[in-house]
Design a protein around this ligand. Sequence first.
Ligand SMILES: C[S@@+](CC[C@H](N)C(=O)[O-])C[C@H]1O[C@@H](n2cnc3c(N)ncnc32)[C@H](O)[C@@H]1O
Length: 367
Amino acid sequence: MQVGNDGDGDYVESKARTLRLNEVLNRKRGQEGYDENYFRMYGRIELHEWLLKDSVRNQAYRAAILHNQSNFKDKIVLDVGCGTGILSLFAAKAGAAHVIAVDAANIVEYARRVFKDNGFKNIISVVKGKIEEIELPHGVEKVDIIVCDWMGNCLFAEGMLESLIFARDKWLKPNGLIFPDTAQLYLTAITQNMHSERDLTYWNNVYGFDMSCIRRCFESKAVVEAIEEQQLMSEVFLIKSIDLYTARYQPTVNFRSFYELKMTRSGPVHALLAYFDVGFSKTPDLVSFSTSPRKSWTHWNQTVFYFKDLLPVRAGEYIKGVFGLKPNSHNKRDLEFDIYIDFEGKEKCITSNQSYILCHAPAVEDV
Ligand SMILES: C[S@@+](CC[C@H](N)C(=O)[O-])C[C@H]1O[C@@H](n2cnc3c(N)ncnc32)[C@H](O)[C@@H]1O
């Protein structure tokens, strides 16, 4: 009898070993160990390929910078977390006098080569290191503009907002500009896709064994998924709005927000969903982009908080509650959520509280 394939078995075993090793390392070294893994992940070219192929993201940054050359001409620009250097290249092309591209991951060596190959070696300086630990080169003390893609899943995963705020407070000139400079986080309700593979009842009986303890682990995970517009069941509710010129890290990424979702359709609601919009308010044509399921796909997808049991709703009814979000106490790049739900429908009434965790790793295959 042929069961599975030996190659896969080896792969699964070695992956499990690596995960165990990482866990031990992380426990020993706390946030430093998590950060090491984080920057190792961003050293991988596949992850940056994934970012570069997100056309919604790249076209928004390109429009915000290149359609705005009067703001960039002869300016000093700091690229916080430059990756392959795409935002530095836009800034240099828009006429910046000097761009400083900073990244702590090894990807920065590719950025260096890309700048040289495109004739920007003398305009873009590369600094390898954490933004919190580096000095700016060539005696630069302040910059005119910061460009940064700091947004993670559910806006705040990865904790990079803290690094952007650090750079802003240390190096941005008074009246300096940040690209992008606004963001909003929204909540809505969805029904499950007919083709969804999420069936947690599977764990109740696995070849006759009760594995419901594993089911509980899945129940408390926020899931990053591409949701279709037809799955939307309610209006959307703004739960957080930020202005990057004034935001402070702690209250921004540690909040509880009341929400009220008016159902627009009748049927089963399986989950709440969070997505975000980002804006470049200092652009003449007010460039922005959205990660809503109503808009084109982005690599952030949407973040889904599945209920333990579905809610049968009718159009016009409300799901109300409180949405709490904060960094995980072990790894600040992960997020913890505490979601309180209050629903009084014709068919069902519930009040419940559920906790979820979202791990920071982006949803690229096999990173
Ligand atoms: C989402 S990627 C964006 C890369 C690039 N800016 C782009 O738009 O394609 C974030 C990058 O920021 C880097 N990064 C995150 N936190 C950082 C920090 N504190 N100091 C330096 N680099 C950081 C990561 O290594 C990663 O390459």
